[in-house]
Write a protein that binds this ligand. Structure first.
Ligand code: SAH
Length: 463
């Protein structure tokens, strides 16, 4: 089993510090199931490659405790050759500090994203599976297939591939991805695993597994399809998203009921936000919490916007958006401009990077207040578009809503509604923390004393 990790970050030999392994030496480690060696086939200023070679001892495996039955109960098996959970264990033991993102000598590089190239020999999966697992995490993938026996082509393809992954990431992040996904690729069937595997999965999956589109598949395979463990993990991973799914999007209509002339007000919001996006010069835009796609419809009509991504935590909302926009019947050229994806705003998401602008129309008040910080980091620090437009209700105005009992919020799913002062103070802090300029304005018909029913913050990234 051979795993190679390279970087072209310069000086590339810093990789030795990051992995806490000296490039000039070969090091050997004894593990319970075999031996690991670490060495550097290449180490110069431009490029540095660490190789982790794992030799699994099949006899030791069969003799090991609790291994008397099951897939390993034979001396001849594929375990020594395919990249499997053994390689994960080796990563956790041999490259532990790097996996945890700890590096005393080069802490600033450990905390930053560097260009990485990872090569895995004998990845036991099909190309499509590798793509489903790694592409949503932002990796570029190359897969090399082999004949089962090069002299006998009729035997077809081998059940494993050489996998190359390229991305710019923190090393600890990439190692966590491998740690979880290697055993997922290798669908070794049931054997007993315990509760601690759930904890390991959640710990190493933090920050990406919560929103991975293949989450169910990953969790189920990682936990060897043991239902109780799989449910426990899924519940912990996505309480928020599930809550959103259960919620009926039709509830949005309640807002329309309690909001006098709600339709025109929403129209004002959409038009104003559209105007801000247009004048920002943005070509690639995000509509975060896109709901049923009101803003998306307007964005699609405008030629300035070349790439549009709508994200929502509610599958139902996305379905409605897709129907309303008639995506199925849209001409190809237009259809290629827009993507709708399922995701949660409180988690960093590689798919949201590289856009010029993001709109969040009446969305933040749906987030749990304690999760706001996570949201801020995911959007303003990680996705970091040049322009972010946020609209939210102005609570000061609620007294004007005759049909709204005093002290209640406009919508069942609103977790809070901010007064003008509260919004300004939150937005001001976000702008200062993440280095954006801020402009706050009223949205909708203005009451001298109470302001307008909605409020808007436009954040412009400082250079
Ligand atoms: N922007 C739309 C919809 C606003 S309703 C419009 O103006 O019409 C708020 C939307 O935010 C809902 O569709 C809801 O599913 C979505 N949402 C709530 N919490 C979310 C989260 N954590 N991540 C992503 N979307 C979320």
């Amino acid at each position: 089993m051979l795993l190679q990790i390279s970087t072209t970050h310069q000086p590339a030999t810093d990789l030795g510090f990051l992995l806490a392994k000296n490039p000039s030496r070969v090091q050997k480690f004894e593990l319970s199931f075999g031996a690991a060696q670490v060495f550097y086939p290449l180490a110069n200023e431009e490029k540095c490659t660490l190789a982790l070679l794992l030799e699994v001892d099949p006899v030791a495996l069969v003799r090991g405790k609790g291994r008397e039955t099951g897939p390993l109960a034979q001396y001849v098996n594929d375990r020594p050759y395919v990249a499997s959970s053994f390689l994960s264990v080796a990563i956790a033991q041999v490259l532990r500090s790097a996996l945890n993102g700890v590096c005393k000598e080069r802490s600033e590089i450990a905390a930053s994203e560097i260009p990485l190239e990872i090569q895995i020999e004998g990845a036991p999966c099909r190309e499509e599976t590798a793509r489903e697992l790694f592409e949503p995490l932002g990796y570029e993938i190359e897969v090399e297939k082999f004949a089962l026996d090069s002299r006998l082509p009729a035997w077809g393809e081998a059940p494993f591939v050489r996998l190359q992954l390229r991305a710019t990431k923190k090393l600890s992040e990439a190692l966590s991805h491998l740690y979880v996904l290697l055993p997922v690729m290798d669908d070794e069937k049931h054997y007993y695993i315990g509760e601690e595997e759930v904890e390991k999965l959640l710990r190493r999956g933090t920050g990406w597994l919560e929103v991975h589109p293949a989450q169910n598949f990953i969790v189920s395979r990682y936990l060897k399809r043991q239902k109780r463990l799989v449910f426990a993990a899924l519940e912990k991973l996505a309480p928020e998203v599930e809550a959103e799914e259960v919620r009926d999007v039709e509830e949005e209509k309640i807002e329309a009921e309690v909001t006098p002339k709600a339709a025109p007000l929403h129209q004002i919001r959409i038009e104003t936000v559209l105007e801000v996006l247009k004048s920002s010069g943005a070509r690639r835009v995000l509509d975060l919490g896109c709901g049923e796609g009101r803003l998306l419809r307007e964005l699609l009509k405008d030629k300035q916007f070349e790439e549009i991504l709508g994200l929502d935590a509610s599958h139902r909302a996305l379905e409605i958006a897709s129907d309303k926009l008639k995506l199925e019947r849209m001409p190809d050229l237009k259809r290629e401009k827009i993507k709708l994806i399922h995701g949660a705003l409180t988690y960093r998401d590689d798919r949201l990077r590289g856009y010029d602008a993001a709109a969040l129309v009446e969305v933040i008040e749906h987030l749990d207040a304690p999760r706001l910080k996570a949201f801020e980091r995911a959007i303003f620090e990680f996705a970091r578009p040049a322009t972010v437009v946020v609209t939210t209700p102005n609570r000061d105005y609620n007294v004007k809503w005759e049909s709204l009992p005093a002290g209640t919020l406009r919508h069942r799913d609103h977790r809070f509604e901010w007064s003008r002062d509260e919004f300004e103070s939150w937005a001001g802090k976000v702008a200062a923390d993440y280095s954006y300029e801020l402009e706050v304005s009223a949205l909708g018909p203005l009451d001298e004393e109470l302001g307008a029913p909605s409020q808007m913050g436009v954040f412009r990234r400082k250079l």
